[in-house]
Design a protein around this ligand. Structure first.
Ligand code: GDP
Ligand code: IMO
Ligand code: MG
Length: 432
């Protein structure tokens, strides 16, 4: 029996978690999402085809694996059904047995989306730049103990009562405070009851399925969404999401104890990106930033927004090392750096004449931080065909070595292209 593996983003999301999860699924039996919702967009390129998953775990392309959506995920049932339908069109049949949804997962309702959009609009320039998918309002209702859970889809009377009760309050806020349209209860009830008919066979106790898997010695892969610096506790608050993307959430969000977590793998993009507003010390608004955006195709997989780009920030990665208890790193998109004459890595921040090595909690202080860079020579050879370290140019190997040294962690995977096979596997996280 090997380890279980937790895959987490170390930056602000979009590190390439989906690609790595798809790759590692070959060695797992079960893949489980444990937080976030369809604010996530995880892209895989398999057999020349591109798939983007928002809710369904990125392991779904393997026929013989079980994919689970844990209780910590907020689920928009319409998006889940669309995703199932799109997979069917691509020849991937998603049936119960292959996919299960936790009965305790909270559902995103139309009023969550309406509130998300209306609040962002009311903030004007001060908006957070959310994905508008209703993620924040759904998590708020969960904590306020008025949320609607997947299990409610199996009890039509309960579902109807909860929708009516919620809409009374939400409609008041939408119309009286936010100047938005009210929602009629009937169409909402009707559409959720109709979606329930299709979704009910997928609803299960995910914690029990995981217990069964561990007792049979089956490997579990935990698929994080977002990234450590979007964490509602540890991220650049308030420019964060409303869940905890850190590895510890794999326990509470899937229904499993900490001793089962195994290897924690941090995904690090070879440079930094972020979508939406918030501080970004190594951001580049010049030709190099443009190179990264164009070559890295840095446009959101969920909203299509151009992503902000900058140099690799090891202050951010080292914070993620501590917050997640990382065992190793997977470096992605190394190929995007090809063609740059000089590459810079941020090794610390300077603020008020002092050098610091962790991200300050105050956004005012963070706004005054300037990056301290280590400069390294770049390379020009195409590296997408490399499958072993010695097939990389010396400059690329030196860059990877610098990352290992600054982080004090080994690199287990290097990704040199979007496709599954465009990967250098240095060690197996399931084995170490
Ligand atoms: P996630 O949210 O962490 O799963 O990442 P996204 O899928 O949102 O963004 C990563 C993007 O980079 C996707 O379009 C991937 O297909 C692509 N990608 C992943 N790894 C590599 C890589 O090594 N090289 C290149 N060029 N693209 C990659
Ligand atoms: P994956 O899993 C990148 C960002 C949004 C916004 C902030 C809050 O693909 O890495 P929300 O809709 O969650 O309330 O928005 O969080 N955000 C992401 N950025 N990748 C993601 O997911 C993200 N999920 C949310 O852009 O800044
Ligand atoms: Mg993404």
């Amino acid at each position: 029996m090997g380890n279980n593996v937790v895959v987490v983003g170390t930056q602000w999301g979009d590190e390439g978690k989906g690609k790595v999860v798809d790759l590692l699924t070959a060695k797992a039996h079960v893949v489980v999402r444990f937080q976030g919702g369809n604010n996530a967009g995880h892209t895989l390129v398999v057999g020349g085809k591109k798939f983007i998953f928002h809710l369904i775990p990125s392991g779904i392309l393997y026929e013989d694996k079980t994919c689970l959506i844990g209780n910590g995920v907020v689920v928009d049932p319409e998006v889940l059904l669309q995703e199932i339908d799109r997979l069917a069109e691509a020849g991937v049949k998603v049936e119960p047995g292959r996919l299960y949804l936790s009965e305790k997962a909270h559902l995103i309702m139309p009023y969550h989306k309406a509130l998300d959009l209306a609040r962002e609009a009311s903030k004007g320039k001060a908006k957070l730049g959310t994905t508008g998918r209703g993620i924040g309002p759904c998590y708020e209702d969960k904590v306020a103990r008025v949320g609607i859970r997947a299990v409610d889809l199996t009890e039509p009377d309960v579902l109807e009562g909860k929708i009516r009760a919620n809409l009374e309050e939400k409609n008041f806020i939408l119309t009286q405070y936010l100047g938005a349209q009210a929602l009629e209860p009937e169409p909402v009830i009707e559409s959720y009851l109709s979606m329930a008919e299709r979704l009910n066979p997928f609803i299960a106790d995910v914690s029990l399925i995981l217990e069964q898997a561990t007792s049979q010695g089956k490997e579990i892969l935990f698929e994080g969404a977002q990234g450590t610096h979007l964490d509602v506790d540890h991220g650049t608050y308030p420019f964060v999401t409303s869940s905890n993307p850190v590895a510890g959430t794999a326990c509470s969000g899937a229904g499993i104890g900490p001793r089962h977590l195994g290897h924690v793998l941090g995904i690090v993009k070879a440079y930094t990106t972020r979508v939406g507003a918030g501080p970004f010390v190594t951001e580049l608004e010049d030709r190099v930033g443009e190179h990264l955006r164009e070559k890295g195709v840095e446009f959101g997989s969920t909203t299509g927004r151009p992503r902000r780009c900058g140099w690799l920030d090891m202050v951010v990665v080292n914070d993620a090392k501590r917050l997640n208890g990382l065992h190793s790193l997977a470096i992605t998109k190394l190929d995007v750096l090809t063609g740059l004459e000089t590459i810079k890595v941020c090794v610390g921040y300077e603020v008020e004449g002092k050098r610091i090595y962790t991200r300050p909690a105050s956004l005012n202080v963070m706004g005054r931080c300037t990056p301290v860079y280590q400069k390294m020579p770049g390379w020009n050879d195409d590296i997408m065909g490399a499958r072993k370290m010695d097939q990389l140019p010396a400059e690329a190997r030196d860059y990877l070595k610098a990352i290992e040294d600054i982080a004090g962690l080994p690199i287990s995977i290097v990704s040199v292209g979007a496709a599954r096979e465009e990967t250098i596997l240095l060690s197996d996280p399931f084995a170490d």
